[in-house]
Ligand binder design. Structure first.
Ligand code: IMP
Ligand code: MG
Length: 184
């Protein structure tokens, strides 16, 4: 039987390591929003962040609402630079809402820089970002997330929600894809 793991060169973060990282991020969020007096909205960016979102929301102890947006900036392993909103956030009033955008990985920074501005213009009280992974060496726009699980070198990684052409999202760990998978 062919297994997705056959295409993985190396496991970068195991399930146990991921669990500790998500716990750390949840603790930071609980600490920072302890006395905010606002609604907290965890806004998951589909589809890559759903596994991180599911784990993170369970570890956050303060009340939070959840919602989803879907954007697209990628094809294959390269970003296009332009961000399209495919599924928008529909809420009447955001003045009383602190948003945390939950994202799988920051690469060029285009997606999160764009969404942070966009949600601010929609009137959110505040907008912060939590990313499971960050590849700072790939940045094309000046952007820093407020919460980062783990910084990684410039590898193309899959699993734990992250895909290559819609595959590998259901791997429970984060792994480096064998280059021959996307060069063949
Ligand atoms: P950015 O707008 O360039 O920061 O791109 C962020 C998006 O690109 C993420 O939400 C992912 O969907 C995708 N992406 C960036 N790097 C990787 C990777 O190593 N593996 C899988 N998807 C990635
Ligand atoms: Mg993707």
């Amino acid at each position: 039987m062919y297994r997705m793991s056959d295409d993985i060169e190396k496991i970068l973060l195991s399930e146990e390591e991921i669990d500790k990282i998500v716990e750390k991020v949840a603790t930071e969020i609980d600490r920072d929003y302890d006395n905010s007096g606002k609604e907290l909205l965890l806004l998951s960016i589909l589809k890559g962040s759903i596994v991180f979102m599911g784990d993170l929301m369970k570890k956050i102890k303060r009340p939070a609402e959840i919602d989803f947006m879907r954007v697209s900036s990628y094809s294959g392993t390269e970003t296009r630079g332009k961000v399209d909103i495919i599924l928008d956030l529909h809420r009447d009033r955001l003045e009383n809402t602190d948003i945390i955008i939950v994202e799988d990985i920051i690469d060029s920074g285009n997606t999160l820089a764009y969404l942070t501005d966009y949600l601010g213009l929609k009137g959110a009280h505040s907008v912060k970002c939590a990313a499971m992974l960050d590849k700072p060496s790939r940045r094309k726009v000046n952007f820093n997330a407020d919460y980062v699980g783990e910084e990684i070198p410039d590898y193309f990684v899959v699993g734990y929600g992250l895909d290559y052409e819609e595959k590998y999202r259901n791997l429970p760990y984060i792994g480096i894809l064998k280059p021959e998978v996307y060069t063949k």
